[in-house]
Write a protein that binds this ligand. Structure first.
Ligand code: GLN
Length: 494
């Protein structure tokens, strides 16, 4: 195996160590991953924009800082990819939309600032469904991303670019955002680890708002330890985000012991029934046996309100999206129509008609409808009430269980184009992940095996701020499953 192929297999934590001890230089690492990207991108299209020059400049800046103050740059020289809905100073941030095709922000999102402070080097911005509305990364204005396991299939979405980049060893880890499953579902489709933290644990400052009461930024990696390490980098209170929580951030990755003995695990009945594809259900059940083997007590629990989760989500997410996306009007941000117009109203209308894609328009129309005077009580208020019931179902479950589990998605990665024509089928892809966002709790997806050659995700949900417990059980399961060791060759040329 040549030098590059050996290097790109290393985890983020391994790379950090090898760079810190001088066994590898940050330039070597950056070059190796950029070379891998060049080789894999024509097949995958995981990135919207790459910034190789910026990356090398960053390496020099970071090296200077590391010489002076190594302790505060624990991940000096480790590359990362960031979803294109996170603001990056002086670097294009498109949200996968024509509306922002040429948009260059003047500031970094808090998470971007935090990764830079830790010495992490940004290589590029990853592809996504337009404004994060989608489950397949097919609604990107820049064209779809392909699944590294089978390029005729989608990588999931909306953080499909980040998931594909990590799965195909283009970067050791990445950052995504999750409003209804957009980190966990693509993690599941691409056979990697992805986590949505507790609402408020990670700052949303500089994350382009989709549905503000549901959006959360989170880590994606090939193993649980790297995922925990990235969470440690990006989590923490931020006075620039009014919903940010003030809590002590534990050193997640250093605290993983893989202790499952006596942990009470509830299998959510509503998320593990007949709507789950047979191959997925089979692997899910085998993973439950494994959990029991590791010493967990597994029992079924029912959260009856979850049957409304998808409907409640589509009302609340669309309502918030319609309001958040109102700012793209041809005046304040990005694209403006070239068509002749009579007045400013026509300019708004034409700009929005040309600048937004189909799915985004569908959400805006649904959102304005459920918020309109005649329908607000009938839809929006009612959805908020049911959201409370869902959160209460989870609260009661924590009285009996330490953690809850389900498959991450009811299916494995589907074919490109398969669900684009039927939005309702597309929305079903998130049936297991959406309740977590509605309740604001943390959840992780880890790969638990292959069904017909495609990865299957196992979801572990925890109570608010239960990240450490979630990560610890995920870590134990990962050790027992050995997914990456068994499958790396399938997505990597040797
Ligand atoms: N797929 C879901 C949607 O279409 C969730 C998207 C997300 O989490 N950003 O809304």
């Amino acid at each position: 195996m040549d030098f590059k192929n050996k290097l790109i297999r290393k985890s983020a934590l391994e790379l950090a160590k090898l760079i810190a001890t001088g066994e590898l230089s940050a330039e070597e690492v950056t070059s190796a991953f950029l070379e891998r990207i060049e080789e894999a991108e024509p097949r995958l299209h995981a990135f919207i924009n790459l910034f190789p020059d910026f990356a090398f400049e960053e390496v020099s800046r970071m090296e200077a800082r590391f010489q002076k103050d190594g302790e505060n740059t624990p991940f000096a020289g480790v590359p990362v990819a960031v979803k294109d809905d996170l603001s990056t100073k002086e670097l294009l941030t498109t949200c996968g939309s024509k509306m922002l095709e040429n948009f260059v922000p003047v500031y970094d999102a808090t998470v971007v600032k935090k990764v830079k402070d830790a010495g992490v080097v940004l290589l590029g911005k990853t592809n996504m469904d337009e404004f994060a509305a989608g489950s397949s990364t097919e609604t990107s204005y820049f064209g779809p991303t392909m699944n590294p396991w089978d390029t005729s299939r989608v990588p999931g979405g909306s953080s499909g670019g980040s998931a594909a980049a990590v799965a195909s060893y283009e970067v050791p880890w990445a950052i995504g955002s999750d409003t209804g499953g957009s980190i966990r579902q693509p993690a599941s489709f691409c056979g990697i680890v992805g986590m949505k933290p507790t609402y408020g644990l990670v700052s949303r400052y500089g994350l382009t708002a989709f549905a503000s009461s549901l959006d959360q930024v989170g880590p994606m990696a090939r193993n649980v330890k790297d995922c925990a390490a990235m969470l440690g980098v990006i989590a923490g209170h931020d006075s620039l985000d009014g919903t940010s929580i003030q809590v002590e951030i534990p050193g997640y990755s250093g605290m993983l012991g893989g202790n499952v003995k006596g942990v009470k695990v509830g299998v959510v009945k509503e998320l593990a029934g007949e709507s789950i594809e047979a191959g997925v259900l089979d692997l899910f059940n085998r993973s439950l046996d494994l959990l029991e083997g590791l010493g967990a007590c597994v029992e079924e629990v029912s959260l009856p309100s979850l049957k409304y989760a998808l409907s409640v989500y589509s009302i609340i997410a669309s309502a918030e999206a319609s309001s958040n996306l109102a700012r793209y009007d041809g005046v304040r941000y990005g694209f403006r129509t070239d068509e002749p117009v009579e007045d400013v109203w026509e300019m708004y209308a034409k700009t929005r008609a040309e600048g937004f894609g189909m799915e985004v328009k569908r959400r805006i129309m649904l959102g304005t409808y459920v918020l309109s005077a005649g329908h607000y009580d009938q839809y929006y208020s009612k959805a908020q009430m049911i959201r409370t019931l869902i959160a209460e179902d989870f609260s009661s479950a924590w009285e009996k269980c330490d953690l809850l589990v389900s498959p991450t998605s009811p299916t494995t990665a589907f074919q490109l184009g398969e669900k684009l024509v039927d939005p309702l089928k597309m929305y079903m892809a998130d049936m297991c992940t959406i309740p977590v966002n509605l309740a604001g709790i943390p959840a992780i997806s880890i790969p638990c095996g292959l069904s017909d050659g495609l990865p299957v995700g196992f979801q572990i949900m925890g109570p608010p701020l239960g990240e450490l417990k979630v990560l610890d059980v995920a870590y134990a399961m990962e050790g027992a499953i050995g997914f990456e060791e068994k499958t790396a060759e399938k997505v990597l040329p040797s």
